[in-house]
Design a protein around this ligand. Structure first.
Ligand code: COA
Length: 198
């Protein structure tokens, strides 16, 4: 799972310094994708506000980065309990991949990391929801043996991540270590580009 290279891009953990890139990724989603991701029409102001609340201490976000631009994201956060995710409870996941980058396995790779993160944080259930017409998201949920419940407009997927093992903990730590190094390089490149543009 480490350092997956998909169509010239890499998947890595996102950090607070990635907030502007995450916001810009959400803002690039077209109307239909925003509807699929958030279950309704959402404005640019909503997305900007949402991105600003996404890097809490308990949130885990992985991103798909191509040429220093974030093209996809998988988000994990605790659900309806006041304890940090590492203390169990349930969690929810959500995904977004920009249209031109779909169908290359990015969503599946992001899901694999989110499931591993949920597992390592001892989440008892991982929930996802999407529109009933969202075949791609349903296909991804099926790949991870999630249980599916369909209602007229919405589909709900849930899976019970097994607990952590030394191997899943080690994998996440090494993945995040190399991801952190790449994040710092990305930050430097962005700073140089900004300084050059001035
Ligand atoms: C859902 C989403 C994240 C999938 O991203 P992706 O990078 O295209 O996912 P993958 O490339 O890993 O493809 C997932 C699977 O869906 C399948 N798939 C895609 N479109 C499909 C369709 N119309 N019918 C059936 N299966 C479909 C793919 O074949 C693939 O399965 P495979 O690997 O067995 O071939 C992306 O479509 C997206 O961002 N949509 C908008 C936001 C959204 O809907 N988020 C989900 C709700 S939170």
């Amino acid at each position: 799972m480490e350092n997956a290279n998909i169509s010239g891009g890499q998947i890595r953990r996102l950090y607070p310094a990635d907030l502007p890139a995450f916001r810009d990724h959400l803002l690039r989603l077209d109307e239909e994708s925003r509807h699929s991701r958030f279950g309704g029409a959402v404005s640019a102001a909503f997305l900007t506000n949402y991105a600003e609340r996404c890097f809490g201490i308990d949130d885990v976000i992985y991103g798909y980065v191509v040429d220093n631009v974030l093209r996809g994201a998988g988000e994990l956060r605790g659900l309806g309990h006041n304890l940090p995710l590492g203390f169990g409870g349930s969690a929810e996941a959500a995904f977004s991949v920009e249209r031109e980058w779909r169908g290359r396995g990015v969503g599946t790779e992001l899901m694999a990391r989110i499931v591993r993160a949920a597992r390592n944080r001892r989440a008892d259930t991982l929930y996802m929801s999407c529109l009933t017409s969202n075949q791609a998201m349903i296909a991804i949920a099926r790949k991870f043996s999630a249980q599916l419940r369909r209602e007229p407009d919405e589909a709900f997927a849930s899976l019970e991540p097994r607990g952590p093992t030394p191997s899943t903990l080690f994998d996440e730590a090494t993945d995040d270590f190399s991801g952190f190094a790449t994040a710092m390089l990305d930050l430097q490149k962005r700073s140089f580009a900004r300084a050059k543009a001035r």
